[in-house]
Ligand binder design. Structure first.
Ligand code: OOG
Ligand code: NI
Length: 461
């Protein structure tokens, strides 16, 4: 079969994210409210700030905004994770980054599956924050054993889904009809099940060890637990959530509001308490909280140096908060030390950019094509577009986990990360997020240089 008969992975990703969004909207009506609220705010912000609209359009950020979402799931076993890697690969999503959540008392580690090349990100940057339970962090050995046995028995992928993954790997892709079938089958893995697979006693025991353990172990599959649209003004979205009757968590995770937002700011509404049926002679009913809604605003990607400064200032702000300074004040104060203009962010190598050329300036007086980016910027030949942060933040993620799991039984040992074990389970190494941004920035500079060389050559002839 020739490759042109196959659907592009970017298109399969879009089919899937659309289907997942429709399913979640039907399951959790508040998510629909969130989508409407975000669409309203984005339309208003773009209408009121024409300069922002123009900047976003020229940075190919406008078209993707309506489809942009991330979701999250939590898996139980190595084999579930490695199969999910193969499933997401068919949609052009690769594992990027390693997140250790044990440092925040949550017994998981994680990666983000997402598109990695710029063209695919522009088309649809759908990402899924994917956690793997670390059973070794359950202290009670008998309970740990019990949880492992329960997990080994379940099958989170349909047989048809597994067959289509095999087939796609053999053929090198999926035809239109196969892609449709694959999306429908893959969706089943993410569906909510209101029936637990264990009796209520087991559920309560697992829940007492950590609420997340119960969420992962007691159900047929790793239900999608939230889907997050991207908003252009998160402070406004937070206020609007309250106005529309959604129980938003009290503070926004991440950096404070700034002229040039860095990384990522997030807020959520609290998890729903949902009725669950438990098997067993008592036929008991109970409740479980897992699913919630979240909104995020995305800013500029930072270099390792910028990230180190961010981590330092955030730690300083959180320490002040523990000493009873209100969070907003603590954040604003700590982040005064983070430059907030593009030229300084670039000069101090704190953030990543895409370089573009100023055609008029070049026509008026062409520069030395081999000059440094700093000199080309200083002379007005180059311009800066911040690269969007496409990843996640472990401290924010821990805050999101915590606000949605309840505070009971969060006593897991301080373990430290175990990236080698995670990658062994995944079946591959995770990609380095910094290397991806670095490559995007370098490619844009190379593109600008080759245009400058052409301009210089034609000026000479
Ligand atoms: C994932 C929480 C992390 C984010 O946006 O940081 C996350 C979870 O609760 O499973 O989605
Ligand atoms: Ni999230």
């Amino acid at each position: 079969m020739s490759t042109h008969a196959f659907v592009h992975p970017d298109d399969i990703r879009t089919l899937f994210s659309r289907a997942l969004s429709a399913m979640y909207r039907a399951e959790v009506p508040q998510y629909g409210t969130l989508l409407e609220l975000v669409a309203d705010i984005n339309a208003r912000v773009l209408h009121e700030d024409q300069a922002l609209a123009a900047r976003m359009r020229s940075a190919q950020q406008l078209d993707r905004l309506d489809v942009e979402r991330h979701g999250a799931i939590r898996l139980g076993t190595a084999s579930e994770l490695s199969t999910l890697r193969r499933l997401f690969a068919l949609m052009g999503m690769k594992p990027v980054g390693y997140y250790d959540l044990s440092m925040a008392g949550v017994p998981v580690h994680a990666t983000a599956f997402r598109p990695v090349d710029e063209r695919s990100l522009e088309r649809n940057p759908f990402r899924v924050f994917t956690s793997l339970l670390r059973l070794e962090l359950i202290e009670d050995a008998a309970l740990r054993q019990r949880a492992a046995e329960i997990l080994l028995r379940r099958r989170i992928f349909t047989p048809e889904c597994l067959a289509l993954i095999d087939q796609a790997e053999r053929q090198g892709g999926l035809t239109g009809a196969q892609a449709q079938a694959f999306v429908a089958q893959a969706l089943e893995t993410f569906r909510w099940h209101s029936e637990a697979t264990v009796d209520i006693g087991t559920y309560r025991q697992l829940r007492a060890s950590h609420p997340l353990v119960a969420d992962v172990v007691c159900f047929k599959g790793p239900h999608i637990n939230h889907l997050t649209p991207r908003v252009l003004d998160i402070d406004e979205a937070q206020a609007e959530m309250h106005r529309r009757g959604l129980r938003a968590k009290d503070s926004i995770e991440g950096p404070p509001r700034r002229r040039h937002l860095i990384l990522l700011r997030q807020t959520s509404f609290l998890a729903l308490e949902e009725g669950i049926r438990f098997p067993g002679e008592s036929g008991a009913d109970g409740t479980h909280t897992a699913r919630f809604g979240e909104i995020e605003q995305r800013g500029c990607a930072l270099t390792p140096r910028g990230r180190a400064l961010y981590d330092e200032l955030l730690a300083r702000a959180l320490a002040a908060e523990r000493a009873a300074v209100p969070r907003a004040t603590a954040l604003a104060h700590a982040f005064e030390a983070f430059p907030d203009d593009l030229a300084t962010l670039h000069r101090e190598r704190l953030a990543y950019f895409r370089y573009t050329l100023d055609a008029e300036r070049i026509a008026a007086s062409p520069p030395d094509a081999e000059a440094s980016p700093d000199d080309l910027l200083a002379g007005g030949w180059l311009r800066l577009q911040p690269l969007v942060y496409e990843d996640f933040l472990p401290v924010s993620a821990a805050g999101i986990f915590r606000s949605n799991l309840g505070s009971e039984g969060t006593s897991i040992p301080a373990a430290g990360g175990n990236r080698a074990a995670f990658e062994a389970a995944l079946g591959t190494a995770v990609q380095d997020e910094f290397a991806l941004y670095e490559a995007a920035q370098a490619a844009s500079l190379a593109g600008c240089r080759s245009e400058l060389r052409c301009a210089a050559a034609s000026a000479e002839s």
